[in-house]
Design a protein around this ligand. Structure first.
Ligand code: NCD
Ligand code: ZN
Length: 345
């Protein structure tokens, strides 16, 4: 039995680091696991300009513990008025790594999101020309579409025509949750990839209703039926370069989760690698872990692979019921459970 596993330093291709006190409370968890992270721009107000991204990047760096080697990769939040010139400038200057499409009102702080993707045609032309990735929260927002069907309907109604109309556009379908998403990504060309979270390969929708309503198992896209968890899990461990690590760690203070209208988001940053590694081990796919965590993402984005390594060792780790930092209490994914690996180095 393997008791230690060492891989090239990994990256997180989708994380919410927030701002202010919450940023200070959470950023070190991501920075001690990952070399780089694609930082989601859904702040209030959202990050829509080069200046705002630079200022946010500075705040992230200032919140890091001294001596931490961590690079935040910034993302431009798309609105109906997104400016192709500003975005192309940000990409050329190495400030923006990608653009993020939130359909308006799909999730937390997405009120400024895009109401109709067809309004963005000149931006999409530009992105296609310069090779800038489009990151997509792939859910329709129509209230008459069942919440468990919103990803599959998005693929049919929005993504399929988008890929047809912009065949040279690099697209990451973020945090996939369904067999339909896996099938779509697998059937597409090499410019279409997907991130996969720990929760969507570990829980199915029963976890949200396990003996009572479980707000800490609620995120968006919401976990689906078991058959979908199995399909996403198979894709994650498959070794396919189209699938890569993106935690979607999305912290909300405990009171915002345990509420009559609790926020969507699972805070998985503190034990993300441990959580994924357990899945790869259970699936007999340890040999594919490094590709998923450390290679497929940078290769898709066209960035260099990280130097250095991280090591996890086979040791039981009890995940605390809550973490309190700087006066903010957060419930981590796997709270109260025992994980079988520990990040040691
Ligand atoms: C995210 C958040 O809280 O910002 N929540 C979530 O459930 N994933 C938003 C998002 O990525 O959908
Ligand atoms: Zn997210």
């Amino acid at each position: 039995m393997t008791d230690q596993i060492t891989i090239r330093r990994p990256d997180d291709w989708h994380v919410h680091l927030r701002d202010g006190d919450m940023l200070n409370a959470v950023v070190h968890h991501t920075a001690c696991q990952f070399a780089r992270a694609i930082v989601m721009p859904n702040l209030t107000p959202p990050v829509i300009s080069v200046d705002a991204a630079l200022a946010y990047r500075d705040r992230i760096v200032a919140a890091l513990p001294a001596g931490t080697d961590f690079t935040p990769l910034m993302v431009c939040y798309l609105t109906d008025d997104a400016d192709p010139m500003e975005i192309a400038r940000g990409y050329a200057q190495g400030v923006f790594a990608a653009c993020k499409l939130y359909p308006a009102h799909a999730t937390t702080n997405s009120a400024h999101g895009v109401t109709d993707i067809r309004r963005l045609s000149s931006l999409l032309d530009t992105m296609q020309q310069i090779g800038m990735p489009l990151l997509i929260h792939g859910e329709v927002t129509d209230r008459d579409v069942d919440i468990f069907d919103r990803e599959a309907v998005f693929i049919d109604r929005i993504l399929t025509p988008l890929v047809r109309d912009y065949p040279a556009l690099k697209i990451v379908l973020e945090h996939i949750t369904t067999a339909e998403a896996v099938d779509f990504v697998e059937a597409s060309g090499p410019l279409i990839g997907a991130t996969i979270t720990p929760q969507h390969v570990i829980i199915n929708r029963n976890a949200i209703f396990d003996g009572g309503i479980r707000p800490h198992a609620y995120c968006l896209p919401v976990a689906k039926r078991e058959q979908h968890r199995l399909a996403v899990r198979k894709a994650a461990v498959s070794g396919s370069p189209k699938f890569f690590l993106g935690t979607d760690s999305a912290p909300h203070a405990i009171g915002r989760k345990e509420s009559a209208c609790g926020c969507a988001g699972i805070f998985n940053a503190p034990f993300a690698l441990e959580s994924y590694l357990q899945v790869f081990e259970e699936e007999g796919a340890l040999a594919n872990f490094e590709g998923f965590a450390s290679e497929h993402g940078p290769n898709f984005y066209g960035l260099r692979l990280n130097d250095g390594t991280v090591t996890l060792s086979r040791e039981d780790v009890v995940v605390p019921d809550a973490l309190t930092e700087g006066g903010i209490s957060l419930v981590p994914f796997h709270a109260g459970e025992t994980l079988r690996w520990r990040l040691v180095d």
